[in-house]
Design a protein around this ligand. Structure first.
Ligand code: NAD
Ligand code: 0WE
Length: 262
């Protein structure tokens, strides 16, 4: 039981396919008490049963595009938990028109602003609101993607936003380290979630991933959840500001082995 006697807030659980759902199940299994935030009422019907299966009845609305919403959500949390041990930031968004087509042609100021606001700034904003309520040895965790450091078709301005999110992880780690708060990110391989479902040729991306990755397959939200549980546990007490890849090794392989073997 990695997380016994610890309390974590989980954001970004939209449905059972969400990476946040894999994280919630793993953290619950490891003994953590959980609370959840959701973007809007529409998502509550999906979240309700999953939260219940994780033994949680703390469900709080939080739209990270709105400062008042972030503030009031942590205020509501404080009525249930005086102190807690960290949160999972599993939120990313860019307008759909930014994620299809040639980067230089489709990227506009509004799309850039929204992508960075929702996908990166929100991590800083949540950390600031959480700070007065965090126990010693707390851990914050966010979800990033390889598009932060390498290009691929269509990921476009989200790649820039993830680069910002990773720098954010390092600056938060430096900023909160003396308060004994660790801040890390998991860079996950592609998973077919709601956020991926609208993406053109996503199935092709999954098969490309399996071809190139050393493990010869894609990864699951449960595998991300297991690493999340570790990074939030005291076993990871020496790790902060780090990007941990959970991608079946894809990022270390420049070419698939099979292509040159025969
Ligand atoms: P998902 O659609 O299940 O989760 C995305 C979440 O972001 C949703 O719960 C949505 O409600 C939330 N969100 C968006 N705008 C918000 C706002 N204004 N306020 C509050 N919440 C908001 O998809 P997912 O794939 O589980 O994504 C979770 C995280 O994982 C994202 O940061 C994503 O970039 C990252 N990620 C995903 C993959 C993948 O292939 N699916 C790979 C690497 C990283
Ligand atoms: O970070 C992500 C998802 C990002 C995302 C997806 C959407 C689709 C629906 C952000 N905003 C939106 N906005 C929408 O309107 N991933 C890592 C998954 C993902 O998304 C891609 C990918 C991969 C991988 C988009 C294009 C190319 C590859």
């Amino acid at each position: 039981m990695l997380l016994k006697n610890k309390k974590f807030l989980i954001s970004g659980l939209a449905n059972k396919y969400s990476i946040a759902a894999g994280i919630a199940h793993a953290m619950h299994r490891e003994g953590a008490e959980l609370a959840f935030t959701y973007q809007n009422e529409r998502l509550l019907k999906n979240l309700g049963p999953i939260a219940e299966s994780c033994g949680s009845d703390i469900l709080i609305e939080c739209d990270v595009s709105n400062d008042d919403s972030i503030q009031s959500s942590f205020n509501k949390l404080s009525k249930r938990w005086e102190k807690f041990d960290g949160f999972i930031h599993s939120i990313g968004y860019a307008p759909a028109d930014q994620l299809e087509g040639n980067f230089v042609d489709v990227t506009n100021r509004e799309g850039f602003k929204i992508a960075h606001d929702i996908s990166s700034y929100s991590f800083t904003a949540m950390a600031r609101e959480a700070k007065p309520m965090l126990n010693d040895n707390s851990a914050l965790l966010t979800l990033t993607y390889l598009g932060s450091t390498q290009t691929l078709p269509n990921y476009n301005v989200m790649g820039l936003a993830k680069a910002s999110l990773e720098a954010n992880t390092r600056f938060l780690a430096a900023s909160m380290g003396r308060d004994n708060v660790r801040v890390n990110a998991i860079s996950a391989g592609p998973i077919k979630t709601l956020a991926a479902s609208g993406v053109k040729n996503f199935r092709k991306m999954l098969s490309q991933h399996s071809k190139r990755a050393p493990l010869g397959r894609t990864i699951t939200a449960e595998e991300v959840g297991n690493v999340a549980a570790f990074l939030c546990s005291d076993y990871a007490s020496g790790i902060t500001g780090e990007i941990t890849y959970v991608d079946a090794g894809f990022n270390i392989a420049a070419m698939p082995l099979d292509d040159i073997e025969e």
